[in-house]
Design a protein around this ligand. Structure first.
Ligand SMILES: [Zn+2]
Length: 287
């Protein structure tokens, strides 16, 4: 683990959130319009933010990481840059050597358990040498979403107490537990989360690392607040925010490109501001 009192931006943002009992959006951006809207929302709400890119986006739009990094650094509120679900060891090594990320989710969950732990520990140490914080997934969160591979036939595995200790032993800074959350859309009954398990995980962790929640499509405001009250500080969002952007584009193809960009950014900014209120992060950055 990176030391307490670290200058790592992701950890500073999440430590402040844990101390004061609120959550921080960790929002996926697929393009520069998303980056712009998310950063504007953070500034207008005086809220911290974690901006997330998928590894596939680094290949698709190689310059976006630099635009996103510049937007984070020039913002008037704390915003960190995070690489979500990095599953390729070679790419992780390349990213660590060459790109300006504050934190990386080292996701080796497609490997067998002991290999997963061993690879996670090795890559975590590599990240830490560069001051980059590391998130890992304990258990296995099922499903897939735009930009990350589906877990296919692999079975969802809920996080056990043993796994919590094993991943802490791999020296990670953030843990993403599997408590019934899934990537992608939920079945008609909606999310069925095991809150008792989440509370026990939080007790067991006892402030040693921060908790990240993945798989938040279809979450209500109430469920989001419940997850944050149960100890989640990093609240990953993708479609929960971006659906308004997708819908806007779908229904407004008659507009000019400039209008689409301007109005699309406005709509996504407002939706992000709403969720920053829900998470309790709005108004936390007073200076
Ligand atoms: Zn995820």
């Amino acid at each position: 683990m990176l030391a307490k009192g670290t200058s790592n931006k992701t950890l500073q943002i999440l430590q402040a959130a844990e101390q004061d009992g609120y959550g921080v959006l960790a929002a996926i951006a697929y393009n520069v319009e998303h980056v712009t809207a998310l950063v504007r929302a953070a500034e207008s709400s005086r809220s911290p933010l974690i901006l997330q890119l998928f590894p596939s986006t680094l290949k698709q739009l190689p310059s976006l990481v630099y635009a996103a990094s510049a937007a984070c650094k020039s913002a008037s509120v704390p915003i960190s840059l995070h690489l979500d679900h990095a599953q390729d060891e070679d790419q992780i090594r390349h990213v660590v050597d060459t790109m300006p990320f504050d934190s990386i989710m080292v996701d080796m969950s497609h490997h067998e358990h002991h290999e997963n732990l061993q690879k996670t520990k090795e890559l975590t140490r590599l990240c830490h040498q560069k001051g980059i914080a590391v998130e890992a997934e304990s258990g296995r969160i099922n499903g897939g979403e735009e930009g990350i591979a589906d877990t296919g036939d692999l079975e969802a595995l809920f996080t056990s107490p043993e796994e919590v200790e094993e991943f802490l032993g791999a020296e990670v800074d953030l843990l993403a537990p599997s408590i019934g959350n899934v990537h992608g859309d939920y079945p008609p009954a909606g999310p069925q989360l095991d809150f008792d398990r989440l509370k026990r995980i939080r007790q067991q962790i006892n402030g040693r690392v921060r908790i990240a929640l993945h798989g938040t499509n279809d979450f209500s405001e109430e469920l989001t607040k419940e997850c944050i009250a149960a100890g989640t500080t990093k609240f990953n969002v993708n479609k929960l925010l971006l659906e308004c952007w997708n819908e806007f584009l779908k229904h407004n193809s008659h507009l000019s490109i400039v209008q689409l960009i301007d109005q699309g950014i406005d709509i996504l900014q407002k939706e992000t501001e709403r969720w920053m209120e829900v998470c309790g992060s709005a108004g936390r950055c007073v200076t």
